[in-house]
Design a protein around this ligand. Structure first.
Ligand SMILES: [Zn+2]
Ligand SMILES: [Zn+2]
Length: 264
């Protein structure tokens, strides 16, 4: 069964309980994807009893620092494994990540992983960039920065879909991509009373409930909480529930979700 582990669930500022947002996706065929790369993914995987040497696919949703600053450390940690890493990202993220790798002298493939850079166009809908034995992943633009993408992850056997918004303000594209999805993992910065200035780039709990209801998603998972603002998760839940009647999971760091077809 495919699994998603929440390695971090916070926005730009980490807290004692929540690190910056990143996910680990593992499917039945043994394929593993790290989606965004803040903090120390190696330590987080070690805490979960998982092997950092198995991470060979990295997807970066955009170039903000809280989504890419762990990349040089991950590559540096894979010292002398003779392995290969695929990095899937838009042009700007790849430009910055290539710079970080070069700046830290991590290009020597005798010592460090061989890296294949795969460019995802930021402006294309349904851009299929990974097709594996069990998993298909495509990207679509979201409203955050011009280089930001969301992901649609489709699994075979059992068939189900999981849409990940990345950081985003309200986007009709996300609503379309998430139509009837089993899971929607979506930016949920804070309750609406704090959101006025943020709603150009992020989504409040109130608006997220509307998005999930309109898209008829079966299970909604809010993420990317702004820990520097003082609110409780009950407020997030209550605001989402004003508009959304489906299943709701509010994740903590290190929660692991086994993906199953969801009932409406
Ligand atoms: Zn972010
Ligand atoms: Zn961002």
């Amino acid at each position: 069964m495919a699994k998603i582990t929440f390695l971090g669930t916070a926005g730009a500022v980490a807290s004692a309980q929540r690190d910056n947002t990143s996910l680990l996706l593992a499917d039945d065929s043994g394929e593993k994807f790290l989606i965004d790369c803040p903090g120390s993914p190696v330590r987080k995987l070690a805490k979960l009893g998982l092997d950092y040497r198995e991470i060979s696919n990295l997807i970066l949703t955009h170039s903000h620092v809280d989504h890419i600053y762990g990349v040089p450390s991950l590559i540096h940690s894979q010292y002398r494994l003779g392995n290969r890493i695929n990095i899937f990202a838009t042009q700007k993220s790849l430009f910055l990540v290539r710079g970080l790798i070069s700046f830290h002298g991590l290009e020597d493939t005798k010592k460090f992983p061989e890296i294949s850079f795969h460019t995802i166009p930021a402006d294309k809908n349904n851009f299929l960039f990974f097709q594996g034995e069990k998993t298909i992943i495509s990207s679509f633009p979201v409203k955050h920065t011009p280089d930001s993408i969301g992901l649609k992850i489709s699994f075979k056997d059992p068939a189900l879909t999981c849409v990940y918004s990345g950081d985003t303000a309200f986007s009709q594209t996300v609503v379309e991509e998430a139509k009837n999805a089993d899971y929607l993992i979506h930016d949920c910065a804070c309750p609406s009373r704090f959101a006025e200035e943020l709603e150009q780039m992020h989504t409040s709990a109130l608006v997220l409930g509307e998005i999930a209801e309109e898209a008829k998603v079966k299970t909604l998972i809010p993420i990317h909480f702004l820990t520097e603002i003082d609110f409780k998760m009950e407020e997030i839940e209550n605001e989402i529930r004003k508009n959304f009647s489906g299943n709701l999971m509010i994740p903590s760091d290190f929660d692991c979700l086994e993906l199953k077809p969801q009932l409406s």
